[in-house]
Design a protein around this ligand. Structure first.
Ligand code: PLP
Length: 387
């Protein structure tokens, strides 16, 4: 009965596209235990090391004991607890927005937001390299869905010049710091183009929050763009070390999402302990800038070292540093060679990235020590010379 699926799986294997999960048997600052061996972890989005920060863990534990393991209900029924409310207020303040709304994950935040705001009379246009959750959201919205070439504000402008008049609403979507390419879009220009054409902008700052900007507020702060009128989406699962997604923006937008976003309404609230953890993580971000400083120090060390090792970088704008690695199979071989050398840096293959652009994606943490980075650089030098 399921033979066609077995054939499909065989095909994936033959193409070097088969996927499986590796278990992280234990974690310790910059390392993970895989198959009983400690490896330097270059695979986490835990940029500031907050998943295990004592204050964050203590906040989660306290909420866990007070409110229990699960929320027990959807947010609009019995699933809203004080940590959810406090976190929404804190996120709105942190993002300098009027209000914010939590979703169980970032994926669901994107899905719920785009589908609630747009319908068949509308146009949504996004960067070609936007995250899968944004693409799925655009498709599901029923709006006309277009993409513009990566980080190209001129092409966005041209597309909107041609099309704007045919639609009721226009939503422009870009990531702030691209998750697989590790680069920044020309955000000031994109903001301007969206405004010129009377369009809204949804900024997915999943990887930038806590990382970019003087206070870690994200890419708007990095570029010095006033946040008024911009819909800022983010996740609690990367620098904030927990799980959950959110949108921050004008009150009317947030109120509408609370009333219409299906991935907010028809799902159980994230556990209060996760919200409490993220709330404490936000406080740590505000009160302990040392983690962001260490992260950026590590980013500089890592990029300088990779260049010295003659490894070809795809970008060098922040803590996601993707490295060119050849075909899908070559990428898998390199990732395995790195693992053998004590470094966990996974290969990223299509459809996560466009066909023919497989890569090794490295991501840095504030918790990596100088010795770990030196050792990891040695492994990269060896693997790229010998694979
Ligand atoms: C990770 C990510 C998401 C999804 O966030 P989750 O909380 O992990 O569901 C959305 N957008 C981008 C750009 C991401 O990298």
């Amino acid at each position: 009965m399921f033979e066609p699926l077995e054939q499909e799986l065989e095909l994936l294997k033959a193409q070097g596209l088969y996927r499986s999960c590796r278990t992280m048997e234990a974690v310790e600052d910059g390392c993970v235990l895989i198959d009983g061996q400690w490896k330097i972890n270059l695979a986490a989005n835990n940029y500031l090391g907050l998943t295990r920060h004592p204050r964050v863990v203590a906040a989660a534990r306290e909420a866990l004991e007070r409110f229990g393991a699960g929320a027990g209900s959807a947010r609009l029924l019995g699933g809203t607890f004080p940590p959810h409310e406090a976190l929404e207020e804190a996120l709105a303040r942190f993002k300098q927005a009027e209000a914010a709304l939590l979703f169980p994950t970032g994926y669901m935040a994107n899905l719920g937001t785009v589908t609630a705001l747009l319908g068949a009379e509308d146009l949504v246009i996004g960067d070609r390299l936007n995250h899968a959750s944004l693409i799925d959201a655009c498709r599901l919205s029923g709006a006309e869905f277009r993409v513009y070439p990566h980080a190209d504000a001129d092409r966005l402008d041209e597309a909107l010049k041609q099309r704007r008049s045919r639609y009721r609403r226009v939503l422009v979507i870009t990531e702030g710091f691209f998750s697989m390419d590790g680069d920044l879009p020309p955000l000031p220009e994109i903001v301007q183009v969206a405004r010129q054409h009377d369009g809204w902008l949804l900024l997915d700052d999943a990887h930038a929050t806590g990382v970019f900007g003087k206070n870690g507020r994200g890419t708007l702060e990095h570029f010095g763009i006033p946040p008024e009128g911009i819909l800022q989406m983010g996740t609690l699962s990367k620098a904030l070390g927990s799980v959950g997604g959110y949108v921050a923006g004008p009150r009317a937008v947030i109120d509408l999402l609370r009333n219409k976003a299906r991935s907010f309404i028809y799902t159980t609230a994230a556990p209060p302990a996760c919200a409490a953890a993220a709330l404490e993580a936000l406080r740590v971000i505000e009160e302990e800038p040392v983690w962001r400083e260490r992260l950026w120090g590590n980013v500089r060390t890592w990029i300088t070292g990779l260049k010295a090792a003659r490894v070809e970088l795809i970008s060098e704008a922040g803590p996601i540093v993707p490295v060119r690695s050849g075909t899908n199979q070559e990428t898998l071989d390199l990732a395995q060679a790195l693992l053998d050398q004590g470094v966990y840096a996974p290969g990223i293959r299509p459809p996560t990235v466009p066909e023919g652009s497989a890569r090794i994606r490295t991501s840095l943490s504030a918790l990596h020590t100088h010795e770990e980075l030196t050792q990891a650089l040695e492994a990269f030098r060896w693997a790229f010379q010998n694979t």
